[in-house]
Design a protein around this ligand. Structure first.
Ligand code: HEM
Ligand SMILES: *[C@@H]1O[C@H](CO)[C@@H](O)[C@H](O)[C@H]1NC(C)=O
Ligand SMILES: *[C@@H]1O[C@H](CO)[C@@H](O)[C@H](O)[C@H]1NC(C)=O
Length: 468
């Protein structure tokens, strides 16, 4: 899957690049840029580049081998795309934070069309900044603290539905994350078309990771149809909201505010984009947490004790029986488990940017038009920044990590605006999971699958049952 995903991402981009390069070849860049060397590394055969090496095994092995050989900045060639991969905290900071304007986000046109070309990820400049303010406002702590009870109800219902069954942990976590996303986007109303929205979204998702061939009957063309249908559903919800004239503190309310001046298409693209960004990411991290807790009984014990104490306080106390925002701030052990899981599993191994002009870095030239990939996973697994990096050890987060050595949510202008919600929904689920359930692997195989996210094999088949 990862190879497929990568090739789908890179292939159209690279064709474009090759075409453009011809046109630009006559325009020499500045004299100094010409004197700078390119970063070390090998480009492999022209066009095919080092694609096979990358795809023949775990992509992370490819990155680590390259890093050992060439250091923390190296060039390579994937599917005709010249790339510079960087894996030092300093370089990641340059690309994502301090010189972010020189490195634009880059996605293939087919993905943009499926999600919606006006969605936040693809933007730069003023329109991006405007969208980001709107999205951040809907997901910052003050906006989501009132949603804890709603999220808790979703978590209780999810766990109840797993009781006594063999489940695919990742699939179930996806459903959970989907319901939380819908709650934070649409609030509690608009339930009538939620099932239809879900169906369309599933069809969209299937096409997202398929070949972008828009012929009748292909997954891609079904996905394009589902995307149109999703646009109509969101339009219906919009008109319903407009009739009701109610103020709402969810993402939809934030996007719809008149002063934001967004069109209905812009709103729909961003709603679908946020569902996309929030679901598989959160679900993969939760799946890895279940796995690591299962493999580390003493850590599971510590998390369970922390959560039981909160549960006891609620049962004995006079106050609120529901979990509150304040309760979620009393979960330091569980929070460290979440952090350490995001470090070890590094579900987004890297992200993509493209240099919008020639850039000099540490005496090397990063030419305009080249892809630049900050390798989060290599940074998170660097022995210089994390001792014994392959070991799952939440206690390492008793000391705050140094700047730009731990970036599960990225950094800078495109960093994850949903990170508070993601942490909240993981804590809430873990509270009920550890206090009320036990679980064991129901499959015999253990292993890892790659793509689009790094996941335990087969989505981690598990059997959950209520503690007695
Ligand atoms: C544990 C779960 C999650 C992880 C690990 C994660 C990680 C990330 C990362 C690394 C980026 C930056 C990508 C880049 O710089 O190219 C990002 C962007 C983004 N994330 Fe998340 N995310 C998670 C959950 C969520 C949730 C729950 C939401 C929605 C509420 C969300 C919404 C977004 C959006 C909209 C962007 C694009 C921001 C922009 O381009 O300005 N994410 N996420
Ligand atoms: C992390 O490790 C890298 C590679 O050795 C090093 O260049 C960097 O200074 C370290 N960063 C911090 C903040 O310790
Ligand atoms: C993001 O970059 C800024 C500036 O270098 C730094 O202060 C901050 O700690 C970084 N964030 C993370 C999560 O590393």
């Amino acid at each position: 899957m990862l190879p497929l995903l990568l090739s789908l991402v890179l292939f159209p981009l690279c064709l474009l690049y090759l075409l453009h390069r011809r046109a630009r070849a006559k325009k020499p860049s500045s004299a100094t840029a010409h004197k700078l060397p390119l970063p070390p590394g090998s480009m492999g055969w022209p066009y095919i580049g080092e694609t096979f090496q990358l795809y023949s095994s775990n992509p992370n092995t490819f990155f680590s081998l390259k890093q050992k050989k060439y250091g923390r900045i190296f060039k390579t060639h994937i599917l005709g795309c010249p790339c510079v991969m960087v894996s030092s905290p300093e370089a990641a900071r340059l690309v994502l934070v301090t010189q972010a304007q020189m490195f634009k986000p880059t996605y293939p046109a087919s993905k943009e069309r499926l999600l919606g070309p006006k969605a936040i990820f693809f933007q730069q400049g003023n329109y991006h900044a405007r969208l980001r303010r709107i999205v951040l406002r809907a997901f910052m702590p003050d906006a989501i603290r009132g949603k804890v009870a709603g999220i808790e109800a979703v978590a209780i219902q999810a766990l109840h539905s797993w009781d006594g069954r063999n489940i695919n942990t990742f699939q179930e976590m996806k459903t959970y994350a989907f319901h939380v996303a819908l709650l934070s986007i649409f609030g509690k109303d608009e339930i009538s078309c939620i099932d239809e929205l879900k169906q369309c979204y599933y069809t969209l998702e299937k096409g997202y990771n398929s070949m972008p061939i828009n012929l009748p009957g292909t997954l891609f063309s079904n996905a394009m149809k589902a995307r149109k249908q999703l646009g109509r559903i969101v339009a219906d919800i919009l008109s319903y909201r407009r009739q009701k004239k109610a103020e709402a503190d969810d993402l939809l309310g934030s996007l719809m505010e008149a002063k934001q001046g967004l069109t209905d298409d812009q709103i729909a693209d961003n709603i679908i984009g946020v569902i996309f960004a929030s679901r598989d990411t959160t679900a993969s991290v939760l799946t890895w947490i279940v796995k690591y807790l299962g493999e580390n009984p003493s850590i599971l014990q510590a998390v369970t004790e922390e959560q039981e104490e909160i549960m006891r306080d609620k049962e004995m106390g006079e106050g609120e029986k529901y979990l509150t925002w304040a309760d979620t701030k009393r979960m330091p052990m569980t929070s460290k488990v979440i952090q350490e899981t995001m470090r070890v599993a590094s579900i987004l191994s890297f992200t993509f940017r493209e240099a919008v002009e020639d850039v000099e870095y540490e005496g090397y030239l990063i030419p305009k038009g080249w892809k630049v990939l900050p390798l989060f996973r290599n940074i998170h697994h660097s022995p210089d920044n994390f001792t014994d990096p392959e070991k799952f050890d939440p206690s390492r987060f008793e000391v705050a990590p140094k700047a730009n050595t731990f970036m599960p949510f990225g950094n800078g202008t495109h960093s994850c605006p949903g990170n508070e919600l993601a942490k909240l929904e993981m804590l809430v689920l873990l509270h009920h999971l550890t206090t009320k359930y036990r679980w064991s692997m129901s499959g015999s195989e253990s292993g890892i699958q790659y793509g689009p996210f790094v996941l335990p094999l087969h989505g981690l088949p598990m059997r959950f049952s209520r503690k007695t």
